[in-house]
Ligand binder design. Structure first.
Ligand code: PLP
Length: 444
């Protein structure tokens, strides 16, 4: 059914309410009427849908054509293991308190519960950040979008290429970019910092133009690369030289094994006056559905006019956010107790065990394989092939869902991301099927 433009008589203020509602009700039944509101031009610029729903759509389409297919997902990167006992008891305790007169609480502080902010600062940052620099939230994805609001439409942005799609998509939504350039697979106005096997997945900063913001994710989604102390020192020096602000996404920090890889940007001298850090309990406490994250905005971080970035972030949080759920925050407190930390260690060891299984298989099949040792993602090279074609071929022949590298930016073309967030048996079965597909080893 075609949409028609809004009749001008409906827009006038002298239309009687009763006749308006009678007419509009009947119009809704017969012909959809477009509003008079122009579509947000920035949203119009976005390509297709967000990557992960698109993967879901293709999976459903495959299932429609092949009902009953036993699909294994090494795709979206959602956690699969249940929340461990001690952490879960924190959530349950938080919920139970709400059912009692003495324990009930309504709205909390937009910045989070004091004891949780304190614990994050002490336990995770060993005192290198102060509790009032910690803003507790409903997760890192939402925080990235709120940070974009802090800097606004005129901010210029650099991203790793490939990268977690939220940095680019929220930049487009905010109006920081021009149009999508089909030939390059890039948005005009964004600095794409190439990260590939040739540069050890760390950008050659001598080729990167100055931007206001630099989104940097380590350990990286999707490549699984984790930047070393020396590399992060280069990044901090680059930001300071240019007066840029790094938005450092450390959502996978606890997966780091390599002692030469910092778990926070604030381990790098000088980072406090040029970096914001986002983090989240999603990937290591199984909180993808619970929702709990945080942002660190150090006092020293200032805008060009000398005002504190922290104050503006606080203003955004107080206006656009009403505090993380008290239940989640009680779960967060349990995560940071000794028993909770042990449970998190065990969860991470499990997922990294999966990563080792996937890595080994892909290496034995002769592929170039990256990541998977300090991150739950394996990045596999398929040089000369279109990653969406490889995605479709693997779904078709092995019924395994992966993520095509091109979904993370043009720099991801020719690669595939495998997620270690799956039950061990599913990983092992997926490996059997991949061996059958690529090496002719029977899957049975
Ligand atoms: N940052 C990165 C790099 C991610 O990969 C993800 C989720 O996949 C997020 C942030 C989102 O985390 P949250 O669940 O806290 O919103």
């Amino acid at each position: 059914m075609a949409f028609i433009s809004f009749p001008s008589t409906f827009i006038g203020t002298n239309v009687k309410a009763a006749s308006f509602s009678r007419r509009s009700r009947s119009a809704v039944r017969t012909t959809p009427i477009a509003s008079a509101v122009p579509r947000n031009a920035n949203l119009k610029k976005l390509q297709a849908g967000y990557l992960f729903p698109e993967i879901g759509r293709r999976r459903r389409a495959y299932l429609e054509q092949n009902p009953g297919a036993d699909i294994i997902s090494l795709g979206v990167g959602d956690t699969t293991m249940p929340i461990p006992e001690h952490i879960c008891s924190g959530l349950v305790g938080g919920a139970s308190k709400l059912g009692t007169e003495e324990g009930y609480s309504g709205y909390g502080a937009e910045q989070g519960m004091g004891p949780l902010r304190e614990k994050i600062a002490q336990v995770l940052y060993k005192g290198t950040v102060k509790s009032d620099e910690v803003f507790v939230s409903d997760g890192a994805k939402c925080d990235i979008s709120r940070l974009q609001q802090v800097f606004g439409a005129t901010a210029t942005v650099a991203v790793q290429d490939p990268s977690y799609p939220v940095y680019v998509d929220t930049s487009v939504m905010m109006g920081q970019t021009g149009l999508y350039d089909e030939s390059k697979g890039q948005f005009e106005g964004i600095q794409y910092m190439q990260c590939d096997a040739e540069n050890d997945f760390f950008p050659d900063l001598s080729k990167v133009k100055r931007t206001d913001l630099i989104f940097f994710c380590s350990p990286n989604n999707p490549t699984g690369a984790a930047a070393t102390r020396e590399q992060l020192t280069q990044l901090v020096n680059f930001a300071k030289k240019n007066g840029s602000i790094i938005i450092y996404d450390a959502a996978y920090a606890p997966f780091i094994n390599n002692p030469d890889v910092p778990t926070s940007i604030y381990e790098i001298p000088g980072a406090r006056d040029c970096s914001i850090e986002v983090n989240s309990f999603s990937k290591y406490a199984g909180f993808t559905g619970v929702r709990l994250g945080w942002v660190i905005v150090p006092d020293e971080l200032k805008f060009a006019d000398g005002s504190a970035v922290r104050d503006d972030f606080n203003r955004i949080m107080s206006t656009c956010f009403n505090g993380a759920s008290s239940i989640s925050q009680n779960g967060g407190l349990a995560c940071l107790e000794d028993s909770g930390r042990k449970e998190i260690e065990d969860l991470i060891a499990y997922y990294l065990g999966n990563a080792a299984v996937l890595r080994k298989t892909m290496l034995e099949l002769g592929f170039k394989v990256y990541g998977g040792t300090d991150a739950p993602y394996i990045w596999v090279g398929f040089p000369g092939k279109k990653s969406w074609d490889v995605f479709s071929e693997i779904l078709d022949k092995a019924q395994v869902v992966t993520i095509p590298g091109a979904g993370f930016g043009p720099g991801g073309e020719g690669y595939l991301r495998l997620s270690a967030f799956a039950p061990r048996e599913a990983c092992e079965e997926a490996c059997k099927r991949l061996r059958a597909m690529y090496a002719g080893v029977p899957a049975a």
